[in-house]
Structures are given as structure tokens and as C-alpha cells.
Design a binder for this molecule. Structure first.
Ligand SMILES: Cc1ncc(COP(=O)(O)O)c(C=O)c1O
Length: 437
């Protein structure tokens, strides 16, 4: 069915699995087959060790104390920033720590809201939204890149509009070109949808937004662990990602911003650690990134995330991407061959051939006659972990006439065997539930 040759894996995923202790676990009588990496990734021992080592030997408050331990902790914390910034092609001062992508997207939306009520002075005026201005998102958004914009629209009187998605999961770029216009102030979109797995055309969307002077906000949650990323080269103004999806700890994420954007944006959260001078009536703020990092920071998590990106870089992001492309093809070709399965986001040519589009190893699908939750339980009884539900993308599911789907997603530690065990189990689902064979 597929004509192009499969990408090849240049590392031994079986050997690499030894670095991830949880992958040796069993679920009942079955070895764990973990296909839920888009929800959260598993962690290599080096990430766990990095956090433990920091907490065991170097823990102290960063940027505050004058003692040796505090200086060591501060150095480790800032080294971690440099490592994670480097992983996405950015400078350290362009990376703000957040507690995750959701926090990062809220940070941008609330900062724009503050600019809209005059905070941040003259420099921030270009970010102010007024009644009738437009914020453009896509129909494919995770709720984290939708609701903060709904709230910003409600606070400012701006109008939220969306770029529709075609039946095959591709964004409607013609509609985008018509939609993005003089009133557009923000264009926010995912690099990769967490339901469709398709890599969106960032360059085209950035060009449309730049053409009207709109701010671009990229949700890079589902690309950062899978594709070599150079955020400055993508040309976006702001991008966010979550540590726990890229082999790192929970409660840590990154917000990348172009320097001129971060320097002009007013802060969202305020308080300790983000100021230069404070009187009882007013405060002056530090430059970015500290301006956006009020309060005590997730220090051990940042150090764990730095270990995670070192691990990914050790394997090599080109190698990770090639391995996952191979898995993606195996996964989707396999699912296509199972009767009664409808894949979401499955572009094909007019003659029914698979259309090659750039994507990550993530497939969401509906099984005719069987509820997604039943599919999930059936798979779980065989040790296979997948995600079922709306995956925090209700509008997209509604677009496809669904309330829920099943999603299988891979990472660098996923093997062809994992995919085959999954496909074998899925092929028995409809018969098991009496929905066909
Ligand atoms: C595309 C996308 N955006 C945003 C998020 C939110 O990430 P977090 O819950 O880590 O903040 C997710 C998580 O599933 C996601 O897949």
C-alpha cells in the first residue's frame, strides 16, 4: 500500500529500553506494552538519578543564598536552562521555566491580557488587544491552547476564530489565508496535533501571521520529544513544551520567546525573585527570563529535564525521528488493514494511496461498534497501555462526529514488537465484542 521505503533505525531500541526501568514491568501476566507516550513519556534512570543527586547533595534555594550550596544549586539550575534552551536551538535567556505547556500558554495569554489593560508601558502596547481584534487558533487544538485564548477574548472583547481542518486531518490553509487578516493579533497553533499526529506547516502559518503583524504561538508539546527542533529557525514568536512528555520530570516545562518579544511583554505572575526594586506602592522587574519566573522555581525538575534532553541528544534527534517514522508507518499500515477501524488524520491520494505527510508515531482511531473505553480495557487486559477518550480535544472529536477515540503513541523506546503485539490485539477487538471480525 505504501510506496516510499521505510526509514531505518540506527540504534538498538531493545538495548536502550534497559535505561527505562518501568519498561520491564508486567501488567498482570503480560509484559507492559507502553503506547501512551503522547500522554506522558517514561523516564530513563539518568533522569531519575539527576533529580535524586540534586536533592541528595546540592539542594538549596537558587538565586538567593550567599552560601556554597546555594551557589552550586544556582549553577546547576542555570546550566539546566542552557541545556534545555540549546536543545530547542535557543539562548538561555530565551527560555522561561514553567510548570508545563498549559502554564506556558496561560502565561502568554495573561501577559497579553495585562498589556491590554495598559501594563508594561509603551513597549507592551503592540501586544494590547481591543474589542474586535482577532485571535486565530485551529480546530485541532488541545484544550490547553484553546481555553486560555477563549478567556483572553472574553477579557478583552477580542474575537476567537479558528482554522478548520479537512476531513483527512490536514489544516485548511486556504481558509487560514482568508481568516488571517488586518484584525488578527495572535495566531496560536500546534506543531503536531495530539490526535492527528500530523506535523503542521509552521512556515506557511508563520508567513501568514507575519504578513499582518500578528504574534505567533506554537504548541510544541508533541514535537519536542520526536523531531529535531530549532524554534528560532521556525520563526515563531513564542513556543511551549512540557518536560514530562520528553523523558523529563513532571511540573516542568519551557516557554521559548524571541528576545524582543520577551523583553517587551509584561509579566503574568508577580512576587519574589522577578524584581529589581520594590516599594510599598510599586515594583520594577528583572529582564527575561526571570521576569516571568515569580516565586520558588522547580529546581530539581529543571535539572531532571536537562538530563532528559542530554539523553535524547545522546541518541540523536535525527535517529529518534527516523526510528519513530518507521514505527509510525508500521502502526498506521497495520491499523489500516484491520476491518472496522477508522483512522483520524489519514491523508490519501485521489486513487486511495497513502499520502506521505510529515508526522509523528501517534495514531488515534475509532473502532466501528465498540466504544473507545471498551477497546482500552480490552487492550489493558493484554498489558497494552493506550489512551482513550477525547484527549483534551473535544472540538476536534466533534468535527469527526466522535466523543472519544483510542490513541496509540510511541517514543524512542518503543519497538516493532510493541507495535505488532498491539496490532494483533486490535485485530481481535471487534470479534471479542461481537461487532464483526
Ligand atoms: C498538544 C498538547 N498541548 C498541550 C498539552 C498540555 O500539556 P501539559 O498538560 O503538560 O501542560 C498537551 C498534553 O497532552 C498536548 O498534547
Amino acid at each position: 500500500m505504501t510506496s516510499a521505503p521505510l526509514p531505518t533505525t540506527t540504534f538498538d531500541p531493545q538495548a536502550l529500553r534497559g535505561d527505562f526501568p518501568i519498561l520491564g514491568e508486567r501488567i498482570g501476566d503480560h509484559p507492559l506494552v507502553y503506547l501512551d507516550s503522547a500522554a506522558t513519556s517514561q523516564k530513563p534512570q539518568s533522569v531519575i538519578d539527576a533529580e535524586v543527586a540534586f536533592l541528595t547533595r546540592s539542594n538549596a534555594a537558587v538565586h538567593r543564598g550567599a552560601h556554597t550550596l546555594a551557589a552550586d544549586a544556582t549553577e546547576l539550575f542555570e546550566d539546566a536552562r542552557a541545556s534545555v534552551a540549546g536543545f530547542v536551538g535557543a539562548e538561555p535567556e530565551q527560555l522561561v521555566w514553567t510548570s508545563g505547556a498549559t502554564a506556558g500558554l496561560n502565561l502568554v495569554a495573561y501577559s497579553l491580557g495585562n498589556a491590554s489593560i495598559g501594563r508594561g508601558g509603551a513597549e507592551a502596547r503592540r501586544f494590547a488587544l481591543a474589542a474586535g481584534d482577532e485571535i486565530v487558533v485551529t480546530e485541532t487544538e488541545h484544550h490547553a491552547n484553546l481555553i486560555p485564548w477563549q478567556e483572553l477574548a472574553a477579557r478583552t472583547g477580542a474575537v476567537l476564530r479558528h482554522i478548520p481542518v479537512h476531513d483527512d486531518g490536514m489544516l485548511d490553509l486556504e481558509a487560514a489565508a482568508n481568516l488571517i487578516g488586518d484584525r488578527t493579533r495572535v495566531v496560536a497553533f500546534p506543531h503536531v496535533s495530539n490526535v492527528l499526529g500530523i506535523v503542521n506547516p509552521v512556515a506557511e502559518l508563520v508567513a501568514l501571521a507575519q504578513g499582518v503583524g500578528a504574534l505567533t504561538v506554537l504548541d510544541a508539546c508533541q514535537s519536542a520529544p520526536h523531531i529535531p527542533l530549532d524554534l528560532p529557525a521556525l520563526g515563531v514568536d513564542v513556543a511551549v513544551f512540557s518536560g514530562h512528555k520528553m523523558l523529563g520530570p513532571y511540573a516542568i516545562g519551557g516557554l521559548y520567546g524571541r528576545s524582543e518579544v520577551l523583553e517587551a511583554l509584561p509579566p503574568f505572575l508577580t512576587g519574589g525573585s522577578m524584581i529589581t526594586t520594590v516599594t510599598l506602592d510599586s515594583a520594577e522587574y528583572l529582564p527575561p527570563p526571570q521576569r516571568f519566573e515569580a516565586g520558588t522555581q522547580p529546581v530539581s525538575q529543571a535539572i531532571g529535564l536537562a538530563a532528559a534532553v542530554r539523553y535524547l541528544e545522546g541518541v540523536g534527534m535525527d535517529a529518534v525521528h527516523a526510528h519513530e517514522r518507521m514505527l509510525e508507518r508500521r502502526l498506521r499500515d497495520g491499523l489500516r488493514s484491520v476491518a472496522g477501524i477508522r483512522l483520524l488524520g489519514d491523508p490519501s491520494t485521489s486513487s486511495g494511496q497513502v499520502r506521505e505527510v510529515e508526522r509523528v508515531a501517534l495514531s488515534a482511531f475509532d473502532v466501528d461498534g465498540v466504544h473507545a473505553h471498551d477497546v482500552g480495557q480490552f487492550l489493558d487486559s493484554r498489558g497494552i497501555a493506550v489512551r482513550v477518550g477525547h484527549h483534551c480535544a473535544q472540538p476536534l472529536h466533534r468535527r469527526f462526529g466522535l466523543t472519544a477515540s483510542v490513541r496509540a503513541s510511541a517514543a524512542l523506546y518503543t519497538t516493532e514488537d510493541d507495535v505488532d503485539v498491539f496490532l494483533d490485539a486490535v485485530s481481535g477487538v471487534r470479534a471479542y465484542f461481537g461487532a464483526g471480525r
